[in-house]
Each structure stands twice: as structure tokens, then as C-alpha cells.
Write a new protein. Structure first.
Length: 344
């Protein structure tokens, strides 16, 4: 089941809620929980949902209606979707005891190409079909995705072509590309004694980005204007940040009501992610939208069987006159439900 840890008790006021935003809970696959992970520029949404049989499965929502993806692997985790409906993700091949990177389109599953002995860990796909992620030797890392020093950042020019490894900054031992810009720039992290946020030019050359405290950070998204966004370490946690230029970092998370915030996606003038809420002690997050540096909570969704009290936002896109955000709402017992916010 899609669960969070039990929440802490309430204490104090919240950030203001976002005005002129409607919220809806997406239907699932017959089970109690779901989570929307990423969306495309034209409003396709991918995620994972509990099934009526008691398991969980990857799901693609079109117009808010779910379609279960048939992926012949265990522990399937979709990571990204583009406007053509190409989905990328990972899963576990129990027969060969190895993690597998895959892509799916129009009902068909395919493994991402890699050379023998490597594992593909895709994290994002752009509308022009470029995939960003990482490679790792199968004897080093078969337990699941996540940035570590064994991973080598990589891009796939298409889902049917071999990956191209990205150059690490001097001194880095590993890294992972999590985001793609409209010109093919990739963003992510390089790992040495600390985590360094990095942009890779389309030719694969790296540019290390500054952080707020001189400590760790990571690029998690790149908006249509080429602005990178993500998080940076501060003295008491992490703050959501943007990099409009490679030499300058802007703290947008300082506007959130708590020590921990992170930006995951953005469009012109709008950034979304999650932040601590002053009304809850502990680590319960709230979905946050920043208009410039002004932070607002996206109110969690509810329906007849579910009452959301917290959440997180993972993607934002412009759909006609509306700004559409996807993520999850979480109930007091930690159960998640895939959620869409539509803001005028």
C-alpha cells in the first residue's frame, strides 16, 4: 500500500493556502492508495496505485482516468512521461535478480538499451525523447534506484539508442541526472565528499552550481526557460532553490514555514514542490507552490472515503488558461492519493 509514516500532532498556523485552485483526487486501481509521480507538458500523468488484489501497479492517467501499465517486472516504479505517452521507469527482474530500466508506449514494454553488465536507471524523459538518468554495473547496484557513488550520470538520445555517459566534475566519484531542459541540458548531482548540483550541457560537459551554504545540493528540474531548480543544504535542513544562471542561486524555500523544502518542477514564474508546515511538528510535508518567492500551500484533497491533511507536489504544467500541478495528498494515517490542483 502507498503509505507515509504516521503524522505528528498539530501546533501553530499554516502558510496561506493558494487562492483560485481547485483540487481533485484521481481514481485509482481498486485499492486504497495511489501516488502521482510525474506529468507531461500536455497533461498526461504517471504514478503508482494499489490494486484490488492487494498489490500495486504503475498507472497512466489521461484526463484523470487511469490505465494500468503492463510491465513484466516486480516492484515497478515509473519515473517520467512525455507528451507522446512514452513512460520510463525501473523494475526488478526476479528471475535474473537484477534491476531493469524500461520504456513503455501504446501498451508495449521494452527494456532501455545498455551494454552488457550495465543497469539503466532512467529518471526523466523529454518531449523530444531524450532520457536522463544513470548507469551502474549490475554487480554493484541491483537493489533499486537512487543516487550513489556507484552510479554514472547518463542520457539516452532516444529510447532505442545506446546511452551516453556524462562527464563528472573533477573529484566526483559518481552522479545521477534527474532532469532535462528543452535544449537537451541535463541536471542532477555529482557525488564526492558532498553532493554537488550540476548542469550538463548538451555535449555532456558539466557545470557545478553554487549552493546556499557551500554544502550539498541537487538539481531536480529544469523549466521551459532553462532555469534549474531543486534543493540546497542550509544550516537546519534544506531549502528549495532556483538557478536562473549557473553562477547564481536563489533561495525560494526561505518563504516556506519550516526548515525543510524542495523544488521539483517549474514553469515560467511558478515553482512547485514540498515544504515543512508550521502547523505540524516532525517531517509531515505540505504541497507548496511558489509564485516568484511567495509560498502558498496547495490544500490537500479529500473525497467520501479519504481526508487529506498533507501532501507534496511533483510536477507542474500549463494547460490552457490554468496552471496544473500533480502530486499526492496524504491522510492522517499516512495513506496517499494521487492529486491534481488546477489553478487559475
Amino acid at each position: 500500500m502507498v503509505m507515509l509514516p504516521n503524522a505528528a500532532t498539530a501546533a501553530g498556523p499554516d502558510l496561506p493556502q493558494a487562492a483560485n485552485c481547485s483540487v481533485r483526487i484521481f481514481p485509482g486501481l481498486g485499492g486504497p492508495g495511489s501516488n502521482a509521480i510525474a506529468s507531461s507538458s500536455n497533461g498526461l500523468v504517471i504514478g503508482i496505485a494499489d490494486t484490488s488484489a492487494g498489490g500495486s501497479a504503475p498507472v497512466l492517467w489521461r484526463g484523470g482516468q487511469p490505465t494500468q501499465l503492463s510491465i513484466p517486472l516486480d516492484s515497478v516504479a515509473p519515473a517520467g512521461v512525455n507528451a507522446a505517452g512514452v513512460v520510463v521507469g525501473t523494475g526488478y527482474d526476479a528471475t535474473n535478480e537484477v534491476l531493469v530500466g524500461w520504456w513503455w508506449q501504446d501498451g508495449q514494454y521494452h527494456p532501455l538499451p545498455v551494454k552488457p553488465g550495465d543497469i539503466a536507471i532512467p529518471s526523466a524523459i523529454s518531449d523530444n525523447g531524450i532520457v536522463a538518468g544513470a548507469l551502474v554495473a549490475d554487480e554493484e547496484h541491483s537493489d533499486g534506484p537512487g543516487a550513489d557513488e556507484d552510479e554514472r550520470p547518463a542520457v539516452w538520445p532516444s529510447v532505442t539508442t545506446a546511452p551516453r555517459e556524462l562527464t563528472l566534475p573533477a573529484g566526483a566519484r559518481g552522479g545521477h541526472a534527474f532532469a532535462l531542459g528543452p535544449d537537451g541540458t541535463a541536471g542532477g548531482v555529482a557525488l564526492a565528499d558532498d553532493a554537488t548540483p550540476v548542469l550538463w550541457a548538451p555535449d555532456g560537459s558539466p557545470k557545478a552550481l553554487p549552493t546556499l551554504s557551500g554544502k550539498g545540493g541537487v538539481v531536480l528540474g529544469i523549466d521551459a526557460a532553462g532555469q534549474a531548480l531543486g534543493q540546497s543544504a542550509v544550516a537546519d535542513g534544506t531549502h528549495a532553490v532556483t538557478w536562473a544562471a549557473p553562477s547564481a542561486v536563489t533561495d525560494v524555500g526561505a518563504a516556506a514555514a519550516g526548515p525543510a523544502s524542495s523544488a521539483s518542477s517549474g514553469i515560467a514564474g511558478v515553482t512547485v514542490g514540498k515544504g515543512s508546515s508550521a502547523s505540524f511538528r516532525g517531517s509531515r510535508p505540505q504541497a507548496v507552490i511558489w509564485i516568484g518567492k511567495s509560498a502558498r500551500i496547495l490544500p490537500p484533497g479529500s473525497d467520501a472515503q479519504f481526508t487529506g491533511v498533507s501532501g507534496s507536489a511533483s510536477s507542474v504544467s500549463r494547460q490552457g488558461a490554468n496552471t496544473v500541478v500533480i502530486g499526492y495528498s496524504a491522510a492522517d494515517n499516512g495513506l496517499r492519493r494521487a492529486t491534481e490542483w488546477s489553478c487559475k
